[in-house]
Design a protein around this ligand. Structure first.
Ligand code: GLC
Length: 480
């Protein structure tokens, strides 16, 4: 039986700030259902909700070396839906108000990486694969090589590193090398951790892991170019034979309009039942109540990479038409204020909710006809996958995972599950929205695109199998 340990900074339902948590909360379940022994290790942050903290079982405590330090590390577990989650506890590092954004994040996550290796020989689990996610887990592979690869318990372990977002790399001062990481100067080279005179944790993951993956095929190609490569494109080109794109799935048990307890009326592939959800939401939000009025949704972090400048640019033009727009999310103040101020101009057409609320998000997915996601870049994207599942037709920019999961509707062949545009241009987007709105008026056509959307399969089934194939190639390779 394949034994896999996922090492990540977030996992739903315990702790979430972004899409990474959705993946770590759902991929292990899919792997488990295919017969693997999958476990997950996370930091034990203070902000994990009390209900979960109460369920944690204390296992033991160990001491973890980190440079010249020896740090306490408590090991606690929760068994959740068949998966063991390990929480590594250190009050000094993780008993804080937020999970990221501290001056010593470099040390906090170096500790996490070192502890995620160290604790293994103290529990009854010897994984064959260490599957590390994003920069927070970037040091695992280099620590393995430097401190563990000669030890019998560890020496057959292999590492996979998954890039969820190349933009965040975890770059810290050079003195970290010896002082925090405990590595010698041999690692501070262009082929090692050195990056513009500093240390780059993401780069460590890319250089030292056995295999690399990212969360869609298109993004795996894009990041090999300077525009998307965030200055690491050269390295990624060099590593292209070890780099695979595997699109994310979503948990179809969790996101299912036929049994979602948060929406007004469950539905499967019936447009009328779906329209009931729209009417209820229009009532709740004080919008004009009309089931024939097309409703567009934006459920997103309100940050520039999500393409919000395009929306800002054409909002007034858009809202002169017969359409409603619902916005849910938090993020940069300039977008939050912009949308909030616009409500005064279009009270019956625009509804803005500056908050993060999963139940409300589901109501919006269920109620809306269209889902707008014009990202500048998008490694995979999860919103559009949930939207497809709920029959809210995505309008996306053709980049990364959006390109791989949304196919433009083709009138002649009746294929496609959404609408898309290529250039990062506000009027190209507006034009595409108009096309979508026109299609919405054609009941027959709309039914077809709706059915194509709800019958698209983005469960984890296929992608989990692709991960398993990679795991197998690594375990068959034998010893290094
Ligand atoms: C990051 C990416 C997003 C992806 C998610 C999970 O949040 O920005 O596109 O879906 O990770 O892999």
């Amino acid at each position: 039986m394949l034994k896999i340990l996922h090492i990540a900074a977030e996992a739903s339902p315990f702790i979430k700030t972004g899409g990474l948590a959705d993946v770590i909360g759902s991929l292990p379940k899919a792997l488990l259902s295919k017969g693997l022994d999958v476990r997950v290790v996370l930091p034990k942050y203070r902000t994990i909700t009390q209900i979960w903290k109460e369920q944690m079982v204390w296992e033991k405590s160990i001491t973890v070396p980190l440079g010249w330090r020896n740090q306490f590390c408590g090991i606690e577990t929760i068994h959740h839906e068949g998966i063991t989650f390990y929480f590594l506890d250190n009050e000094y590092y993780y008993n804080r108000e937020r999970i990221y954004g501290y001056e010593d994040d470099g040390e906090r996550f170096a500790f996490f990486c070192r502890a995620a290796l160290a604790f293994l020989s103290h529990i009854d689990f010897q994984p064959q694969i260490l599957h590390c996610h994003d920069w927070h887990a970037g040091l695992v592979s280099v620590f393995w090589e430097a401190f563990y690869s000669h030890l019998p318990f560890y020496k057959n372990m292999r590492t996979i590193f998954t890039i969820h977002n190349l933009q965040y790399q975890g770059v810290f001062p050079q003195y970290f090398l010896g002082d925090v990481l405990g590595l010698d100067a041999r690692y501070f080279t262009i082929d090692g951790l050195e990056y513009q005179g500093q240390i780059n944790y993401m780069k460590a993951g890319l250089v030292f892991s056995d295999l690399l993956t990212t969360v869609s095929k298109s993004y795996s190609e894009e990041i090999q170019t300077p525009y998307f490569g965030e200055t690491l494109d050269g390295l990624l080109r060099k590593k292209r034979k070890q780099l695979f794109g595997i699109v994310n799935g979503i948990d179809y048990d969790l996101y299912s309009p036929s049994k979602d307890p948060y929406i007004y009326l469950p539905y499967h592939d019936d447009l009328q039942d779906k329209a009931f959800n729209k009417i209820k939401l229009q009532e709740e939000f004080g919008l004009q109540v009309d089931s024939n009025m097309p409703m567009i949704a934006i459920v997103s972090r309100l940050v520039s990479s999500k393409g919000l400048d395009l929306v800002v640019h054409i909002l007034d033009e858009l809202l002169t038409r017969d359409v409603q727009l619902v916005v849910l999310g938090t993020g940069d103040e300039k977008y939050e204020t912009f949308f909030q101020q616009a409500v005064a101009r279009y009270p019956s057409k625009l509804s803005v909710h500056i908050q993060f609320d999963d139940a409300l998000a589901r109501k919006i997915y269920a109620a809306s006809d269209l889902f707008l996601m014009p990202s500048r870049y998008e490694p995979c994207g999860i919103g559009q996958l949930i939207a497809l599942r709920y029959g809210s037709i995505p309008i996306v920019r053709e980049t990364g995972g959006l390109k791989d999961t949304v196919q433009a509707y083709n009138d002649y062949k009746c294929t496609g599950n959404g609408f898309s545009f290529t250039h990062y241009n506000a009027h190209d987007m507006l034009f595409t929205i108009q096309r979508a709105l026109k299609s919405f008026q054609d009941k027959e056509l709309w039914r077809k695109v709706f059915l194509n959307a709800v019958h698209s399969d983005f469960s984890w089934h296929q992608s989990a199998q692709q991960y398993i194939n990679l795991y197998k190639t690594l375990t068959f390779q034998g010893q290094k």
